[in-house]
Write a protein that binds this ligand. Structure first.
Ligand code: GLN
Length: 192
């Protein structure tokens, strides 16, 4: 199993460490690498798109050619992708409030950026995630998933909004799994 963390901007090293810990914790064999160029995507089975600044990640992902490579590999069914926080914005079919972000449109979800306010409105809360119950989640200038349709399944809600969704080999979540030591989300992803 080869896992890549998109290394353009944001919580890159945190995800690399957490993904390695998750493998060790769950007894999975594999390697975790940082993806900065198209060549780094060779033989990848899973790609993690971290939190950060979605406008920046979007722009540099297109410039580097990684955007097109993700589309190619996912069309061929070769790649599972998880987008966390800013990464979830890039997974969406539709970003309702910011046309500077060019999303990958991998999932039937629509997202709104900075839904919970600015940095100081960051918070932690307990979520109920389908399949594994209570989960302590960290939200930092989080977007929200407003809608999920087609074959997309809601895995967790926050109030009347969506915090986590899955569609085939794709997952989007609006919080930061790399900042806690609960590795169940990585395990779920690596099992897809
Ligand atoms: N507010 C950021 C954005 O819209 C996301 C924040 C995060 O990833 N922690 O891109």
């Amino acid at each position: 199993m080869k896992v890549g963390v998109l290394g353009i901007q944001g919580d890159v090293s945190e995800h690399v460490i957490a993904a390695r810990n998750a493998m060790r914790f769950h007894n999975l064999q594999g390697e975790v690498t940082t993806v900065r160029r198209v060549e780094d995507m060779k033989n990848l089975d899973y790609l993690i798109i971290p939190g950060g600044e979605s406008t920046t990640i979007s722009r540099l992902m297109i410039k580097s050619g990684i955007y097109d490579e993700i589309l190619k590999m996912t069309e061929q069914g070769e790649l599972g992708v998880i987008g966390t926080c800013a990464g979830s914005i890039l997974m969406a079919k539709d970003v309702v409030d910011d046309n500077r972000v060019i999303p990958l449109k991998l999932m039937n979800i629509s997202v709104r950026r900075n839904f919970f306010g600015r940095q100081r409105e960051s918070f932690e809360t307990e979520l109920e995630i389908k399949g594994f119950g209570k989960y302590h989640a960290v939200f930092i200038r989080a977007p929200v998933i407003e809608k999920c349709w087609g074959s997309c399944e809601v895995l967790a809600k926050i109030g009347d909004k969506i915090a986590m969704a899955r569609e085939g080999r794709f997952i989007a979540l609006i919080f930061h799994p790399e900042l806690t030591e609960d590795y169940r989300i990585y395990k779920l992803f690596f099992d897809l």
